[in-house]
Design a protein around this ligand. Structure first.
Ligand code: UDX
Length: 433
């Protein structure tokens, strides 16, 4: 069986490779010819562990190919997965322009029955709008079904998440179409929940919002723990033993980032506003996240007597480890704050690249960790790459001007660093008491 994946960004490429791995013939369609060319040459356009091997393997086996020939690709496939982006509009709502453009292309090109599956995260009722857009674009009526099948994979562990999902959510008005899509996943042995398309759309927003709520809860609690000299990480561990709470997504830090949580929360708040309904908890989740960087930077700033004129190293630029994605990365808010305080900023990240706009603002990225911390008054860890956990902090000690470590992810070994002479501060991360 063959599958067409429309949109070869992060979700599209991962989905395409997972279906190739499951034994399907997969075509990745993208309007961007350069992207198609790059992927056809076996090069990924983003960093994600494990995907390169699968791309090499399935290109060589002829199980995956990439094209920009939309009409032909749409006609050759019955199952079409939509994986195009839904960026935030200025008012926080999801911008459906790419979904609409693809809908028109499908309507104009299709010459027989299709199942169109929405994987992109989309506002409630998008499946109905998509149905209308496709039907309007058809020169004459041809039957099709629209199915909602949201994606839950995390950057940095996308392959693992996609091959071992906690659940598959399928929303379909036509049960046969829903079961057809369910059958694509049968070898994954994951629980499958068949529901309506609007419920499936809401499950995606609700899941991301709930995870972000757990994080913001821990982050706000960290502020109080900081005052009371309690270690918030230990509080999370103690809470996590309760099965009703669970240990995941309770790690306090300088805030969540990435392409999903910030965008999806804004989108759900916008949807609620349109319905004249307040999601007050979610408003606060957003608010805590927006203020977390500044809250802790101000505390740390006092500890080192102000950032002005100080040289500060940023460890980890990406919004989380094992990705080069900078979207909504807390590191960027940290850098903005530091430059506004006239600090000299040095950056290190094993993979992610400093945006040109920050380079021209005087921020420098160094390839080696020892160069990044050289002459620094403090290092602020923004994403917990293993290279920082496993760094030789004893050797690095000689590079620093002042031995201050501000751990924005609470993962470095406070005791060891303190023994080495560093002054360590985390996020609500007092020494165990
Ligand atoms: C998220 C969802 O987890 C995934 O299901 C969805 O499909 C896309 O959005 P992603 O953004 O890739 O995935 O990464 P995730 O691991 O969820 O982390 C998001 C942010 O939360 C990161 O900035 C991370 O550092 C932060 N985080 C996560 C915390 O601050 N504390 C935690 O305990 C967990």
């Amino acid at each position: 069986m063959s599958i067409l994946i429309i949109g070869t960004g992060y979700v599209g490429v991962t989905t395409a490779l997972v279906f190739a791995e499951l034994g399907f013939e997969v075509t990745g369609l993208d309007a961007d010819e350069r992207k198609v060319q790059t992927l056809s040459e076996g090069k990924l356009t983003f960093y994600e562990p494990g995907l390169q091997d699968l791309l090499d393997q399935h290109l060589a086996a002829g199980r995956i190919r990439f094209t920009s020939e939309a009409k032909q690709a749409i006609r050759q496939n019955t199952i079409l997965f939509l994986c195009v982006g839904t960026p935030s509009d200025e008012n926080g709502s999801a911008d459906l322009r790419y979904i609409r453009a693809v809908a028109e292309q499908i309507g104009q090109s299709m010459d027989d029955y299709k199942v169109i599956v929405i994987k992109s995260t989309v506002p409630i009722h998008t499946n109905e709008r998509l149905t209308a857009w496709i039907a309007e674009a058809q020169p004459h009526p041809i039957p099709f079904d629209v199915v909602s099948n949201p994606e839950f994979l995390r950057e940095g562990s996308a392959l693992q998440d996609a091959l071992h999902p906690d659940r598959i959510i399928i929303g379909s008005r036509n049960q046969a179409a829903g079961l057809h899509i369910q059958s694509l996943y049968e070898n994954l042995n994951a629980p499958c929940f068949l529901t309506t398309p609007t419920t499936a759309e809401m499950i995606k927003y609700a899941s991301n919002s709930f995870l972000a709520t757990k994080i913001s809860f821990a982050n706000e609690l960290a502020r109080l723990c900081e005052q009371l000299d309690i270690n918030v990480g230990d509080v999370s561990i103690g809470m996590g033993y309760d099965h009703r709470i669970g240990p995941h997504f309770l790690k306090a830090g300088i805030g969540y980032g990435g392409s999903c949580f910030p965008k999806d929360i804004k989108a759900l708040l916008h949807i609620a506003k349109e319905q004249h309904t307040r999601l007050s908890i979610l408003e606060q989740v957003h608010e805590v996240n927006e203020t977390q960087v500044e809250h802790f930077l101000q505390l740390w700033e006092r500890k080192i007597g102000g950032f002005a004129g100080k040289r500060i190293a940023i460890l980890g630029l990406s919004f989380k480890p094992n990705t080069d994605d900078l979207r909504e990365a807390p590191s960027l808010a940290v850098i903005r704050y530091l430059t506004s305080q006239r600090a000299q900023v040095r950056v290190h990240d094993p993979v992610a690249k400093l945006p040109a706009s920050l380079q021209s603002a005087g921020v420098r990225q160094l390839e080696h960790l020892e160069d990044a911390v050289a002459g620094c008054d403090a290092a602020i860890m923004c994403s917990e790459w293993d290279v920082y956990r496993n760094a030789d902090w004893e050797q690095l000690r000689d590079e620093f001007k002042q031995l201050n470590i501000f751990d924005g992810r609470n993962v470095l070994d406070r005791q060891r660093l303190t023994e080495l002479g560093y002054t360590y501060s985390g996020i609500g991360n007092a020494a165990r008491n």
